[in-house]
Ligand binder design. Sequence first.
Ligand SMILES: NC(=O)c1ncn([C@@H]2O[C@H](COP(=O)(O)O)[C@@H](O)[C@H]2O)c1NC=O
Length: 557
Amino acid sequence: MSLNQLDRVPIRRALISVYDKTGLEELAQGLHAAGVRIVSTGSTARNIPAAGVPVTEVSEVTGFPECLDGRVKTLHPRVHAGILADRRLEDHVRQLKDLEVEAFDLVVVNPYPFVQTVRSGASQDEVVEQIDIGGPSMVRAAAKNHPSVAIVVDPARYGDVVEAAKSGGFDLKTRRRLASLAFAHTAAYDTAGAKWTAAQFGDDADAAEMPAFPPYAGLALERSESLRYGENPHQAAALYVEVGAEPGIAQAEQLHGKAMSFNNYVDADAAVRAAFGFAEPAVAVVKHANPCGIAVASPGAADPIADAHAKAHATDPVSAFGGVIAANRPVTEAMAETVKNIFTEVVVAPAFEPEAVRILSAKKNIRLLALPGGFSRDAVEYKQVSGGMLLQAADAIDAAGDDPAAWTLAAGEAADEATLADLVFAWRAVRSAKSNAILIAPNGAAVGIGMGQVIRLDSCRLAVERANTLGVAVGGGADAPGGAENAAGTGAPERARGAVAASDAFFPFADGLQILIDAGVKAVVQPGGSVRDEEVIEAAKAAGITMYFTGARHFFH
Ligand SMILES: NC(=O)c1ncn([C@@H]2O[C@H](COP(=O)(O)O)[C@@H](O)[C@H]2O)c1NC=O
């Protein structure tokens, strides 16, 4: 059955029941001026006369008092029949007449602040009281009956509502759009409620130890941007933001440049993950979701973030071309002066000095992304697999194994202060490279990263090769640590010599470690735990290098 559609439905009678009273007076005044009669719930109704507008209390319409501390206000057939009658059906119109129920043409609702109440740390009873029942019921009813009724859930749309009231009502297309927004709103509201109740009362709520992940996980996502394409030009793509989530990369403010691409977002996220893995000023340069540069500022550097960037760029200046840079401190003028000379896709940071924005905005192709205030990485990571989703706690700094005081000295002499600082840096940096990962670092900067290999041996080879064939020695030429002339005679400094190395997981055999030893690495940090640890320890001892076991692993896929 297909009914004729009503295009514009004049707004003669409106039901307004809002927790958030923002813009309520203007809305009431505007509707009144357009000749609309208003029915409202208790506190909404009490706020309207202040605007000099007559209002009918919903209890007068229902003939039933609002009761049970507001648990029952609008849950009444006189309200819901007024919302749900399909005005295209003569029978519905006749029934309303017989029942002496008057129809609503407009419903304006926003529900109790459930999510905010959960976040406030309120008690279970207080949270439960903020689960709105009547509000979402009206929203769903009005959204279902969009052929006859307009539903508005967002105070930002009140201006449109008044305009529509003055000009003969919303047209069908707009009522349909409003209905779709309204269903998304109640879905997100219910998702939040389902997540909270699953965590509080789910199957395992009585277990001695609550599991980290409750029996239900819901995601409410809103499209925030259509992207030109996905990973490749033939793939359609869009960016969605999670409703009610703490803001992150998806909510970052773009200060300059062309629209972000799908790959820009992926790389910016990876770069932020890498740079925010440090408490001290740090910069990561990322290509294809892997770091090709990562460094922390040298102690006492005049401009720490500019220093960290210079060091991160020097890791692999060739690969940095077209990269995505993340800084964990505001981008300074000095850093911008260097970045402007490097072809860069995106710079993402907590903020940018105005002068840095001015300098970088002169570059047409660079995108500047300011992270939202109070940004911190998501505590839970989602990974899609066919038919489902894997959830895990994010790999964090200060994870198990991050405290060098708890490391086990497996071979050689205990590291001196500077070497230990480099080992700590390498250990924190290596986890931002895809496994298998080996990272070689002197002076708080990576010089060779082997990543994404299916065999650790190749990651060792790659790390050494990159250290010794790419870039310039940080801190100056052949005299700097690890700056000896390359044995291959290429003129590039041997940056692995005298440096330290970190491995994201244990060495299954001694062969990978031997490659690092042969390249002149003086100390290594790794989780340990291989069945062949003894063989690996023997190789380290034979070479006289220092080796620490952390007892923790940092795979990253
Ligand atoms: N129970 C009901 O019948 C009911 N009807 C509407 N509400 C909510 O009450 C609030 C408005 O109430 P007031 O106008 O008293 O501030 C709105 O957030 C609305 O979504 C209700 N409250 C909770 O369920």
